[in-house]
Design a protein around this ligand. Structure first.
Ligand SMILES: C[S@@+](CC[C@H](N)C(=O)[O-])C[C@H]1O[C@@H](n2cnc3c(N)ncnc32)[C@H](O)[C@@H]1O
Length: 553
């Protein structure tokens, strides 16, 4: 059998590639289990022929799904989206899909918009473009009277593509830029040593420590979305992109600086688990081009059209729920205390310890003894889901009392601790973050006098809850890890007062009004430093003294 003329769908091609080491009997068994077909290959020669075809398609189908942030939109969803746009009286003449994949949006748009005259699709994986071409052919063969725009499909890297050639052809016609760009971040790509990156990597000009601590990490989808807005926002038309909620937040946030001529910003939340099998928060972001810039976006449920909140800029502040923010904005100011992040060591296997009979056990399963001098109980985000805590599950070795301190001396009189750390030196040397470069051996971060305060008010940065926990000592001071934030106090009374102020309903509501629960780190130091929880106490209280209206401070 010659398979050259047989169209094998991508999933099947991948199946054969994943099982390419299977022999004739094995592949037939696998195929029986997978498809129910008995003797899928009747002759071994057929299987050999097929394997040759699969090998020649290797470079295409083996491209990593992660590297290309590849989550193809199902046709139901793309069709509901184009129908939604059509119901808003959007009637595009020109359509651009910058990373069109198998072309769900192109096919749905052709089906929905009779107004279309020209369609442009760009995609890096050639096999997808072939699938799209055959689908288009099938569609027009079945629907010969359907409106047939001119369709240009480019097998190209979107970062190399010259969009000016399309721009020149728009000529004032109504444009729709639609799509679902790759769902992958630049840091994931660099960990894969991938070249699927724009040339100018730190495109938002994030520099220095911010770049090191994570703000230099951006989503490729965000880069493509901003690029499209840069290129086309001045055209007559609309923009509709399926993107992560964090990307939508960033677009609206950056709108203050970018001032793109876009209005009617909408965020329609979808169920990405159901639609893409992906555990991310994503939405359809829609806006109108060529209009006075707007700085807020209305949020809806895509499936029910139920309106939720409005997010964006208000009085020079950024809020996740503008109506709620307006109610509690008196608390927006500067926190009277300095919030601190907990201890960072990036060496969990060696530095995260459990106490066992007569010693400790590390995450490598090794059991050993240590002097108690540098050992402290440490709490993680998951420990902070209760009102008060004084008992740690984990312990760590605090090799420095402040950042950058020499570690040789501190270990001098602690032979067991020194030997343990030296035995695991390699783990410390392998830490990737540049903050450890040129620092003393076994360095940690997020340590200072404040770490050793006996009482703390703490919160997790990772969990989406806004309640604050009181941390009390239990023989020794308890520390927090770098997923947590805290304020340190010398007395229980001070800590209790601050905890109860922060847990008051009005402060909790204020936090909710500007916290983005779909961010990886919902609570940040920046957010906490904005909470002026004593602002109520400073507000003039109205009280009547001897018949006079006095202002009391
Ligand atoms: C999230 S998928 C969505 C595909 C399509 N837009 C849809 O809605 O079904 C992202 C697509 O971007 C493609 N892609 C990734 N990197 C690309 C690049 N540098 N240039 C062009 N396409 C790329 C992937 O191959 C994949 O088809």
């Amino acid at each position: 059998m010659n398979f050259d003329h047989i169209d094998i769908v991508y999933e099947a091609l991948s199946f054969f590639q994943e099982n390419k080491t299977a022999n004739f009997q094995e592949i037939n068994q696998l195929l029986k289990a997978q498809s129910g077909v008995i003797d899928f290959f009747e002759k071994e020669a057929d299987y050999i022929q097929l394997k040759q075809k699969v090998e020649t398609s290797q470079s295409v189908a083996c491209e990593s799904r992660t590297e290309y942030g590849d989550f193809q939109t199902n046709r139901n969803l793309s069709l509901s989206i184009t129908k939604y746009l059509s119901n808003k009286d959007i009637t595009p003449q020109v359509l651009i899909e910058p990373t069109c994949g198998k072309g769900s949006f192109i096919l749905s748009a052709i089906q929905t918009f009779n107004s279309l005259q020209q369609v442009f699709g760009i995609e890096i994986q050639e096999v997808y473009l072939w699938e799209l071409k055959f689908e288009l052919l099938e569609y027009f063969l079945k629907n010969p009277t359907a409106n047939k725009p001119e369709i240009h499909l480019y097998h190209c890297n979107v970062f190399d593509f010259d969009f000016q050639q399309i721009k020149k052809q728009i000529n004032g016609r109504e444009l729709l830029v639609i799509g679902n760009p790759p769902w992958v971040t630049n840091s994931t790509l660099s960990s894969l040593n991938s070249k699927n990156l724009p040339t100018k990597s730190n495109f938002k000009n994030v520099k220095g420590i911010d770049a090191i601590t994570g703000k230099g990490n951006f989503d490729i989808g965000e880069y493509i979305a901003l690029n499209m807005l840069d290129l086309f926002a001045k055209e007559k038309g609309n923009f509709a992109f399926l993107i992560k909620n964090s990307v939508i937040k960033n677009i609206v946030y950056e709108q203050k600086r970018n001032k793109y001529p876009i209005s009617n910003l909408e965020k329609h939340t979808i169920n990405a688990q159901k639609e893409f099998g992906a555990a991310v928060d994503a939405s359809l972001f829609v806006c109108k081009f060529n209009s006075p810039p707007e700085f807020t976006a209305k949020e809806f449920d895509f499936y029910t059209s139920k309106s939720r909140v409005t997010l964006g800029w208000i009085n020079n502040k950024f809020a996740s729920d503008i109506e709620k923010y307006k109610k509690y904005q008196q608390f927006d100011g500067v926190c009277p205390f300095e919030w601190r992040q907990g201890i960072k060591h990036d060496c969990a296997k060696v530095m995260e310890l459990e106490r066992i009979d007569g010693g400790f056990r590390n995450a490598l399963g090794e059991e050993f003894e240590l002097e108690e001098d540098l050992v402290y109980g440490i709490l993680k985000s998951s420990d902070l889901q209760i009102d008060r805590i004084d008992t740690p599950r984990k312990y760590t070795i605090v090799t420095q009392k402040k950042v950058g301190q020499e570690t040789k001396q501190i270990l001098e009189n602690l032979p067991k601790t020194k030997a343990y750390l030296e035995r695991h030196k390699e783990h410390f040397l392998q830490r990737k973050s540049s903050i450890y470069k040129g620092k003393p051996m076994y360095s940690i971060f997020g340590v200072g006098d404040y770490s050793f305060k006996p009482y703390k008010v703490a919160i997790s940065g990772l969990y989406k809850q806004t309640k604050f926990t009181l941390v009390e000592p239990n023989g020794t001071v308890l520390l927090l890890d770098d997923t947590c934030y805290f304020i340190g106090f010398d007395t229980l009374e001070e800590a209790q007062t601050v905890q109860s102020s922060l847990n008051k309903p009005e402060i909790q509501a204020f936090i909710e009004s500007f916290m983005f629960t779909d961010a990886k780190r919902a609570i940040t130091k920046e957010l906490l430093m904005r909470i002026d929880f004593e602002s109520n106490a400073r507000q003039p209280k109205r009280c009547v003294v001897e018949g006079q209206l006095n202002l009391e401070f």
